[in-house]
Design a protein around this ligand. Structure first.
Ligand code: NSS
Length: 431
Protein backbone atom coordinates (compact mmCIF):
# COMPACT_ATOMS: atom_id res chain seq x y z
CA UNK A 1 0.00 0.00 0.00
CA UNK A 2 1.26 3.44 -0.92
CA UNK A 3 2.70 5.51 1.88
CA UNK A 4 0.15 8.27 2.47
CA UNK A 5 0.84 11.90 3.31
CA UNK A 6 -1.78 14.18 4.86
CA UNK A 7 -2.77 17.18 2.77
CA UNK A 8 -2.28 19.40 5.82
CA UNK A 9 1.40 18.46 5.86
CA UNK A 10 2.18 18.95 2.15
CA UNK A 11 4.33 22.01 2.93
CA UNK A 12 7.02 19.68 4.25
CA UNK A 13 7.18 17.74 0.98
CA UNK A 14 7.65 20.45 -1.65
CA UNK A 15 9.75 19.09 -4.53
CA UNK A 16 9.14 15.43 -3.67
CA UNK A 17 6.68 12.84 -4.94
CA UNK A 18 3.98 11.84 -2.46
CA UNK A 19 0.74 9.87 -2.41
CA UNK A 20 -2.31 11.36 -0.81
CA UNK A 21 -5.47 9.38 -0.02
CA UNK A 22 -8.86 10.99 -0.11
CA UNK A 23 -12.16 11.64 -1.88
CA UNK A 24 -12.75 13.45 -5.15
CA UNK A 25 -14.51 16.77 -4.77
CA UNK A 26 -14.42 18.07 -8.35
CA UNK A 27 -12.74 17.50 -11.69
CA UNK A 28 -12.31 19.83 -14.67
CA UNK A 29 -10.79 19.18 -18.06
CA UNK A 30 -9.36 22.14 -19.98
CA UNK A 31 -8.10 20.96 -23.35
CA UNK A 32 -4.94 19.03 -22.64
CA UNK A 33 -4.80 19.79 -18.90
CA UNK A 34 -7.12 18.30 -16.30
CA UNK A 35 -7.64 19.11 -12.62
CA UNK A 36 -8.84 16.95 -9.75
CA UNK A 37 -9.58 18.37 -6.30
CA UNK A 38 -9.25 15.90 -3.44
CA UNK A 39 -10.28 16.10 0.23
CA UNK A 40 -8.76 13.94 2.96
CA UNK A 41 -10.19 15.44 6.16
CA UNK A 42 -7.08 17.48 6.88
CA UNK A 43 -7.43 19.76 3.86
CA UNK A 44 -8.03 19.90 0.15
CA UNK A 45 -5.53 19.93 -2.69
CA UNK A 46 -5.70 20.30 -6.44
CA UNK A 47 -3.93 17.81 -8.66
CA UNK A 48 -2.90 18.88 -12.15
CA UNK A 49 -2.67 16.30 -14.94
CA UNK A 50 -0.95 17.22 -18.20
CA UNK A 51 -2.06 14.88 -20.98
CA UNK A 52 1.28 14.56 -22.72
CA UNK A 53 3.10 13.77 -19.47
CA UNK A 54 0.97 10.83 -18.30
CA UNK A 55 -0.05 7.39 -19.52
CA UNK A 56 -3.19 7.35 -21.70
CA UNK A 57 -4.97 5.16 -19.10
CA UNK A 58 -4.63 7.89 -16.51
CA UNK A 59 -6.05 10.49 -18.85
CA UNK A 60 -8.96 8.17 -19.70
CA UNK A 61 -9.69 7.65 -16.01
CA UNK A 62 -11.10 11.18 -15.59
CA UNK A 63 -14.78 10.43 -16.37
CA UNK A 64 -14.71 7.81 -13.58
CA UNK A 65 -13.56 10.34 -10.97
CA UNK A 66 -17.08 11.26 -9.90
CA UNK A 67 -17.96 13.09 -6.70
CA UNK A 68 -16.78 11.18 -3.58
CA UNK A 69 -14.80 8.51 -5.44
CA UNK A 70 -12.01 7.48 -3.06
CA UNK A 71 -8.56 7.64 -4.61
CA UNK A 72 -4.81 7.48 -4.13
CA UNK A 73 -3.22 10.39 -5.97
CA UNK A 74 0.53 10.39 -6.54
CA UNK A 75 2.42 13.44 -7.67
CA UNK A 76 5.13 16.00 -7.13
CA UNK A 77 4.29 18.70 -4.56
CA UNK A 78 4.67 22.25 -5.85
CA UNK A 79 4.20 25.51 -3.95
CA UNK A 80 1.29 27.37 -5.54
CA UNK A 81 0.21 30.45 -3.61
CA UNK A 82 -3.07 30.76 -5.56
CA UNK A 83 -4.19 27.19 -4.78
CA UNK A 84 -6.22 26.32 -1.69
CA UNK A 85 -3.74 25.36 1.02
CA UNK A 86 -0.88 26.92 -0.97
CA UNK A 87 0.19 23.71 -2.77
CA UNK A 88 -0.56 21.73 -5.88
CA UNK A 89 0.29 18.22 -7.05
CA UNK A 90 1.76 17.53 -10.50
CA UNK A 91 0.00 14.21 -10.83
CA UNK A 92 1.78 11.13 -12.16
CA UNK A 93 -0.71 8.49 -11.05
CA UNK A 94 -4.26 8.11 -9.75
CA UNK A 95 -5.70 4.87 -8.40
CA UNK A 96 -9.42 4.49 -7.75
CA UNK A 97 -9.97 2.72 -4.43
CA UNK A 98 -13.77 2.93 -4.24
CA UNK A 99 -15.95 4.22 -7.06
CA UNK A 100 -18.90 6.51 -6.29
CA UNK A 101 -21.44 6.44 -9.08
CA UNK A 102 -24.47 8.75 -8.70
CA UNK A 103 -23.54 10.28 -5.35
CA UNK A 104 -26.88 11.48 -4.01
CA UNK A 105 -25.79 14.88 -2.70
CA UNK A 106 -24.84 17.11 -5.60
CA UNK A 107 -23.60 20.71 -5.48
CA UNK A 108 -27.09 22.24 -5.66
CA UNK A 109 -29.83 23.12 -3.17
CA UNK A 110 -31.33 20.10 -1.40
CA UNK A 111 -34.19 20.18 1.11
CA UNK A 112 -33.15 19.74 4.73
CA UNK A 113 -35.11 16.48 5.17
CA UNK A 114 -33.36 15.04 2.12
CA UNK A 115 -30.03 15.98 3.69
CA UNK A 116 -30.91 14.71 7.17
CA UNK A 117 -31.97 11.36 5.71
CA UNK A 118 -28.46 11.20 4.28
CA UNK A 119 -26.68 12.66 7.29
CA UNK A 120 -23.98 9.99 7.04
CA UNK A 121 -23.03 11.50 3.67
CA UNK A 122 -24.02 15.12 4.33
CA UNK A 123 -21.26 15.27 6.97
CA UNK A 124 -18.74 15.31 4.10
CA UNK A 125 -19.84 18.71 2.82
CA UNK A 126 -17.71 21.75 3.55
CA UNK A 127 -20.07 23.59 5.91
CA UNK A 128 -20.84 20.48 7.91
CA UNK A 129 -17.14 19.75 8.23
CA UNK A 130 -16.54 23.30 9.44
CA UNK A 131 -19.29 22.95 12.07
CA UNK A 132 -17.81 19.65 13.32
CA UNK A 133 -14.40 21.28 13.61
CA UNK A 134 -15.83 24.11 15.72
CA UNK A 135 -17.67 21.54 17.86
CA UNK A 136 -14.42 19.65 18.33
CA UNK A 137 -12.68 22.85 19.43
CA UNK A 138 -15.48 23.69 21.87
CA UNK A 139 -15.29 20.20 23.40
CA UNK A 140 -11.53 20.41 23.78
CA UNK A 141 -11.82 23.91 25.27
CA UNK A 142 -14.34 22.62 27.81
CA UNK A 143 -11.94 19.95 29.02
CA UNK A 144 -8.97 22.36 29.04
CA UNK A 145 -10.85 25.06 30.95
CA UNK A 146 -11.82 22.76 33.79
CA UNK A 147 -8.57 20.82 33.88
CA UNK A 148 -6.54 24.04 34.08
CA UNK A 149 -8.68 25.23 37.00
CA UNK A 150 -8.25 22.08 39.05
CA UNK A 151 -11.64 20.49 38.39
CA UNK A 152 -11.81 16.72 38.28
CA UNK A 153 -13.82 15.05 35.55
CA UNK A 154 -16.31 12.68 37.13
CA UNK A 155 -18.22 10.46 34.71
CA UNK A 156 -21.80 9.94 35.81
CA UNK A 157 -24.22 7.17 34.83
CA UNK A 158 -26.56 7.27 31.86
CA UNK A 159 -28.84 4.57 33.31
CA UNK A 160 -30.37 6.10 36.41
CA UNK A 161 -33.06 5.27 38.96
CA UNK A 162 -33.73 8.80 40.23
CA UNK A 163 -35.31 11.41 37.96
CA UNK A 164 -32.88 14.29 37.47
CA UNK A 165 -34.96 17.21 36.27
CA UNK A 166 -38.63 16.30 36.72
CA UNK A 167 -41.28 13.96 35.38
CA UNK A 168 -41.69 15.45 31.92
CA UNK A 169 -39.45 14.37 29.09
CA UNK A 170 -38.23 11.05 30.48
CA UNK A 171 -37.02 8.08 28.47
CA UNK A 172 -37.95 4.96 30.38
CA UNK A 173 -35.80 1.87 30.07
CA UNK A 174 -36.48 -1.62 31.32
CA UNK A 175 -33.71 -2.49 33.73
CA UNK A 176 -34.19 -6.14 34.58
CA UNK A 177 -36.96 -6.07 37.20
CA UNK A 178 -36.70 -2.32 37.79
CA UNK A 179 -37.65 0.94 36.13
CA UNK A 180 -34.69 2.97 34.91
CA UNK A 181 -34.43 6.26 33.03
CA UNK A 182 -31.88 7.64 30.63
CA UNK A 183 -30.12 10.49 32.44
CA UNK A 184 -31.65 13.93 31.87
CA UNK A 185 -28.67 15.34 33.75
CA UNK A 186 -25.59 14.11 35.62
CA UNK A 187 -25.99 16.80 38.23
CA UNK A 188 -27.19 14.78 41.23
CA UNK A 189 -24.13 12.55 40.92
CA UNK A 190 -21.86 15.56 40.37
CA UNK A 191 -23.15 16.91 43.70
CA UNK A 192 -21.98 13.71 45.39
CA UNK A 193 -18.66 14.18 43.60
CA UNK A 194 -18.31 17.77 44.84
CA UNK A 195 -18.48 16.57 48.46
CA UNK A 196 -15.74 14.03 47.72
CA UNK A 197 -13.47 16.11 45.50
CA UNK A 198 -14.43 19.79 45.81
CA UNK A 199 -14.63 20.89 42.17
CA UNK A 200 -15.86 18.40 39.60
CA UNK A 201 -17.56 18.30 36.23
CA UNK A 202 -19.43 15.70 34.27
CA UNK A 203 -19.53 15.80 30.47
CA UNK A 204 -21.56 13.49 28.33
CA UNK A 205 -24.78 12.81 26.48
CA UNK A 206 -28.09 13.50 28.22
CA UNK A 207 -31.58 12.52 27.16
CA UNK A 208 -34.97 14.21 27.15
CA UNK A 209 -38.08 12.87 25.48
CA UNK A 210 -38.90 16.23 23.90
CA UNK A 211 -42.17 15.71 22.10
CA UNK A 212 -42.09 19.06 20.33
CA UNK A 213 -40.23 19.89 17.17
CA UNK A 214 -38.24 23.07 17.75
CA UNK A 215 -34.97 24.39 16.47
CA UNK A 216 -33.46 24.24 19.97
CA UNK A 217 -34.35 20.76 21.21
CA UNK A 218 -32.75 17.41 20.64
CA UNK A 219 -33.77 14.21 22.45
CA UNK A 220 -30.07 13.39 22.91
CA UNK A 221 -27.69 16.28 23.52
CA UNK A 222 -24.32 16.84 25.14
CA UNK A 223 -24.07 18.78 28.35
CA UNK A 224 -21.13 19.79 30.54
CA UNK A 225 -22.04 20.21 34.20
CA UNK A 226 -19.56 21.57 36.73
CA UNK A 227 -20.39 21.39 40.43
CA UNK A 228 -18.46 23.42 43.03
CA UNK A 229 -18.41 22.93 46.80
CA UNK A 230 -18.75 26.15 48.85
CA UNK A 231 -19.74 28.22 45.80
CA UNK A 232 -22.83 30.41 46.06
CA UNK A 233 -24.99 31.64 43.21
CA UNK A 234 -22.74 34.68 42.59
CA UNK A 235 -19.61 32.53 42.40
CA UNK A 236 -21.50 30.27 40.04
CA UNK A 237 -22.32 33.10 37.63
CA UNK A 238 -18.73 34.34 37.69
CA UNK A 239 -17.56 30.88 36.71
CA UNK A 240 -20.12 30.79 33.90
CA UNK A 241 -19.07 34.13 32.41
CA UNK A 242 -15.38 33.20 32.54
CA UNK A 243 -16.15 29.82 31.00
CA UNK A 244 -18.33 31.08 28.15
CA UNK A 245 -15.88 33.90 27.36
CA UNK A 246 -13.08 31.33 27.21
CA UNK A 247 -14.99 29.05 24.84
CA UNK A 248 -15.76 31.92 22.49
CA UNK A 249 -12.20 33.30 22.56
CA UNK A 250 -10.75 29.85 21.80
CA UNK A 251 -13.08 29.37 18.84
CA UNK A 252 -12.20 32.83 17.48
CA UNK A 253 -8.52 32.09 17.88
CA UNK A 254 -8.43 28.56 16.49
CA UNK A 255 -11.41 28.30 14.14
CA UNK A 256 -11.07 31.53 12.16
CA UNK A 257 -11.07 29.66 8.86
CA UNK A 258 -14.18 27.65 9.73
CA UNK A 259 -16.10 30.72 10.95
CA UNK A 260 -15.20 32.49 7.71
CA UNK A 261 -16.40 29.58 5.60
CA UNK A 262 -19.66 29.62 7.58
CA UNK A 263 -19.92 33.40 6.98
CA UNK A 264 -20.21 34.07 10.72
CA UNK A 265 -20.00 37.77 11.56
CA UNK A 266 -17.46 37.57 14.38
CA UNK A 267 -17.90 41.16 15.67
CA UNK A 268 -20.61 40.15 18.20
CA UNK A 269 -18.42 37.27 19.41
CA UNK A 270 -15.45 39.60 19.97
CA UNK A 271 -17.58 41.52 22.50
CA UNK A 272 -18.08 38.45 24.70
CA UNK A 273 -16.12 39.44 27.81
CA UNK A 274 -16.98 39.28 31.51
CA UNK A 275 -18.87 40.64 33.33
CA UNK A 276 -22.21 39.71 31.77
CA UNK A 277 -25.28 41.78 32.66
CA UNK A 278 -27.74 40.31 35.18
CA UNK A 279 -31.48 40.78 35.13
CA UNK A 280 -33.79 39.48 37.88
CA UNK A 281 -36.69 37.43 36.59
CA UNK A 282 -39.14 39.66 38.49
CA UNK A 283 -37.73 42.74 36.70
CA UNK A 284 -37.76 40.99 33.33
CA UNK A 285 -41.52 40.32 33.43
CA UNK A 286 -42.71 43.95 33.16
CA UNK A 287 -40.08 44.61 30.48
CA UNK A 288 -41.38 41.67 28.44
CA UNK A 289 -45.00 42.69 28.97
CA UNK A 290 -44.20 46.21 27.71
CA UNK A 291 -42.85 44.59 24.57
CA UNK A 292 -46.07 42.69 24.00
CA UNK A 293 -45.33 39.33 25.65
CA UNK A 294 -48.24 37.58 27.35
CA UNK A 295 -45.99 36.18 30.05
CA UNK A 296 -47.05 36.63 33.66
CA UNK A 297 -45.12 36.20 36.89
CA UNK A 298 -44.77 32.50 37.69
CA UNK A 299 -44.16 30.90 34.31
CA UNK A 300 -40.88 30.10 32.60
CA UNK A 301 -39.70 32.35 29.76
CA UNK A 302 -40.73 31.21 26.29
CA UNK A 303 -38.31 31.08 23.36
CA UNK A 304 -39.68 34.40 22.07
CA UNK A 305 -39.17 36.03 25.48
CA UNK A 306 -35.58 34.81 25.56
CA UNK A 307 -34.97 36.32 22.14
CA UNK A 308 -36.38 39.68 23.24
CA UNK A 309 -34.17 39.79 26.34
CA UNK A 310 -31.13 38.48 24.46
CA UNK A 311 -31.47 41.29 21.93
CA UNK A 312 -31.50 43.97 24.63
CA UNK A 313 -27.79 43.39 25.35
CA UNK A 314 -24.60 43.15 23.32
CA UNK A 315 -23.32 40.12 25.23
CA UNK A 316 -24.83 37.11 27.01
CA UNK A 317 -27.22 38.02 29.84
CA UNK A 318 -28.11 36.21 33.07
CA UNK A 319 -31.77 36.04 34.03
CA UNK A 320 -31.78 35.23 37.75
CA UNK A 321 -34.02 34.03 40.56
CA UNK A 322 -36.99 32.44 38.84
CA UNK A 323 -40.20 31.48 40.62
CA UNK A 324 -39.95 28.17 42.44
CA UNK A 325 -42.81 26.61 40.54
CA UNK A 326 -41.06 27.16 37.20
CA UNK A 327 -37.85 25.35 38.19
CA UNK A 328 -36.45 21.99 39.31
CA UNK A 329 -36.76 20.64 42.85
CA UNK A 330 -33.07 20.91 43.78
CA UNK A 331 -32.71 24.70 43.57
CA UNK A 332 -32.15 26.65 46.80
CA UNK A 333 -34.85 28.93 48.10
CA UNK A 334 -33.93 32.61 47.80
CA UNK A 335 -33.74 34.01 51.36
CA UNK A 336 -34.54 37.52 50.06
CA UNK A 337 -37.75 36.33 48.34
CA UNK A 338 -38.85 32.78 49.23
CA UNK A 339 -41.23 32.68 46.25
CA UNK A 340 -38.09 32.39 44.10
CA UNK A 341 -34.95 30.24 43.90
CA UNK A 342 -31.26 31.13 43.55
CA UNK A 343 -30.77 30.23 39.91
CA UNK A 344 -29.74 31.67 36.58
CA UNK A 345 -30.33 31.03 32.92
CA UNK A 346 -27.71 32.44 30.57
CA UNK A 347 -29.18 33.75 27.33
CA UNK A 348 -26.94 34.17 24.30
CA UNK A 349 -27.28 37.39 22.28
CA UNK A 350 -28.53 37.70 18.67
CA UNK A 351 -31.59 35.58 19.40
CA UNK A 352 -29.78 32.30 20.14
CA UNK A 353 -31.55 31.90 23.49
CA UNK A 354 -30.65 29.87 26.59
CA UNK A 355 -27.33 28.07 26.59
CA UNK A 356 -26.90 27.51 30.35
CA UNK A 357 -29.12 26.67 33.30
CA UNK A 358 -27.49 26.91 36.72
CA UNK A 359 -28.32 27.22 40.41
CA UNK A 360 -27.25 27.08 44.00
CA UNK A 361 -28.51 23.78 45.39
CA UNK A 362 -30.93 23.36 48.28
CA UNK A 363 -28.66 22.23 51.14
CA UNK A 364 -31.36 22.08 53.84
CA UNK A 365 -32.64 18.52 54.25
CA UNK A 366 -36.20 19.37 55.28
CA UNK A 367 -36.73 21.95 52.55
CA UNK A 368 -35.34 19.57 49.93
CA UNK A 369 -37.64 16.76 51.06
CA UNK A 370 -40.61 19.16 50.90
CA UNK A 371 -39.67 20.22 47.37
CA UNK A 372 -39.37 16.63 46.15
CA UNK A 373 -42.79 15.86 47.57
CA UNK A 374 -44.35 19.06 46.19
CA UNK A 375 -43.24 18.06 42.72
CA UNK A 376 -44.75 14.59 43.11
CA UNK A 377 -41.41 12.79 42.73
CA UNK A 378 -40.84 9.41 44.46
CA UNK A 379 -38.90 10.20 47.63
CA UNK A 380 -37.53 6.68 47.96
CA UNK A 381 -35.38 6.95 44.84
CA UNK A 382 -33.70 10.09 46.28
CA UNK A 383 -32.59 8.54 49.58
CA UNK A 384 -28.98 8.43 48.46
CA UNK A 385 -29.17 12.06 47.30
CA UNK A 386 -30.66 13.14 50.63
CA UNK A 387 -27.66 11.55 52.37
CA UNK A 388 -25.59 14.41 50.91
CA UNK A 389 -27.67 16.70 53.19
CA UNK A 390 -27.66 14.27 56.14
CA UNK A 391 -23.89 13.88 56.29
CA UNK A 392 -21.96 17.11 56.08
CA UNK A 393 -24.31 19.26 54.02
CA UNK A 394 -22.54 22.17 52.38
CA UNK A 395 -23.41 25.15 50.20
CA UNK A 396 -22.74 24.31 46.57
CA UNK A 397 -23.64 25.41 43.08
CA UNK A 398 -23.28 24.31 39.52
CA UNK A 399 -24.63 24.64 36.02
CA UNK A 400 -25.15 22.85 32.74
CA UNK A 401 -24.08 24.20 29.35
CA UNK A 402 -25.62 22.65 26.23
CA UNK A 403 -22.88 21.93 23.70
CA UNK A 404 -25.09 22.03 20.58
CA UNK A 405 -26.73 25.34 21.46
CA UNK A 406 -23.35 26.85 22.23
CA UNK A 407 -21.89 25.62 18.94
CA UNK A 408 -24.99 26.99 17.17
CA UNK A 409 -24.44 30.43 18.61
CA UNK A 410 -20.69 30.45 17.88
CA UNK A 411 -21.11 29.21 14.30
CA UNK A 412 -24.22 31.32 13.67
CA UNK A 413 -26.42 28.31 12.82
CA UNK A 414 -29.90 28.65 14.27
CA UNK A 415 -31.07 25.06 13.92
CA UNK A 416 -29.78 22.45 16.36
CA UNK A 417 -30.08 19.55 13.89
CA UNK A 418 -26.78 20.48 12.19
CA UNK A 419 -24.76 20.89 15.37
CA UNK A 420 -24.35 17.25 16.39
CA UNK A 421 -23.05 14.57 14.02
CA UNK A 422 -26.17 12.40 14.16
CA UNK A 423 -29.16 14.31 15.56
CA UNK A 424 -31.86 12.52 17.51
CA UNK A 425 -35.23 14.25 17.39
CA UNK A 426 -38.90 13.34 17.73
CA UNK A 427 -39.07 11.80 14.27
CA UNK A 428 -35.42 11.04 13.64
CA UNK A 429 -33.63 7.87 14.75
CA UNK A 430 -31.85 7.13 11.44
CA UNK A 431 -29.15 7.31 10.21
O1 NSS B 1 -32.35 21.75 32.03
S1 NSS B 1 -31.22 22.66 32.12
O2 NSS B 1 -31.52 24.05 32.04
N1 NSS B 1 -30.40 22.41 33.45
C1 NSS B 1 -29.96 21.21 33.85
O3 NSS B 1 -30.09 20.18 33.24
C2 NSS B 1 -29.18 21.23 35.17
N2 NSS B 1 -29.22 19.89 35.77
C3 NSS B 1 -27.77 21.68 34.92
C4 NSS B 1 -26.95 21.80 36.17
O4 NSS B 1 -27.20 22.71 36.93
N3 NSS B 1 -26.01 20.91 36.39
O5 NSS B 1 -30.30 22.28 30.89
C5 NSS B 1 -29.03 22.92 30.78
C6 NSS B 1 -28.73 23.27 29.35
C7 NSS B 1 -29.70 24.24 28.72
O6 NSS B 1 -29.39 25.57 29.06
C8 NSS B 1 -29.49 23.97 27.24
O7 NSS B 1 -28.32 24.61 26.79
C9 NSS B 1 -29.26 22.48 27.24
O8 NSS B 1 -28.83 22.11 28.53
N4 NSS B 1 -30.49 21.74 26.90
C10 NSS B 1 -30.75 21.21 25.70
N5 NSS B 1 -30.04 21.23 24.55
C11 NSS B 1 -30.55 20.59 23.48
N6 NSS B 1 -31.73 19.91 23.49
C12 NSS B 1 -32.48 19.87 24.62
N7 NSS B 1 -33.61 19.18 24.63
C13 NSS B 1 -31.99 20.54 25.79
N8 NSS B 1 -32.45 20.69 27.05
C14 NSS B 1 -31.52 21.42 27.71
Amino acid sequence: MAQGVEIRGLGEHVGTVVTIRGWVQTTRVHGKVAFVVVRDGTGIVQGVVVQKEVAPELWQLFPELTLETSVHVTGMVRAEPRAPGGHELSVSDIRVVGPSPDYPIQPKEHGVDFLLDRRHLWLRSSQQRAIMRVRNEVEKSIVDFFYDRGFLRLDTPILTGAIGEGGAGLFEVEYFEQQAYLAQTGQLYAEAGAAALGKVYTFGPTFRAEKSKTRRHLTEFWMVEPEVAWADSDDNMRLQEDFVSYLVARALERCAEELKLLERDTAPLERVQPPFPRLEYSDAIPLLQQKGSEIHWGTDLGAADETVIGEMYDRPVFVTNYPKQAKAFYMKENPADPRTVLCDDLLAPEGYGEIIGGSQREDDLDRLVARIQEQGLPLASYEWYLDLRRYGSFPHSGFGLGVERTVGWITGRPHIRELIPFPRMLNRLYP
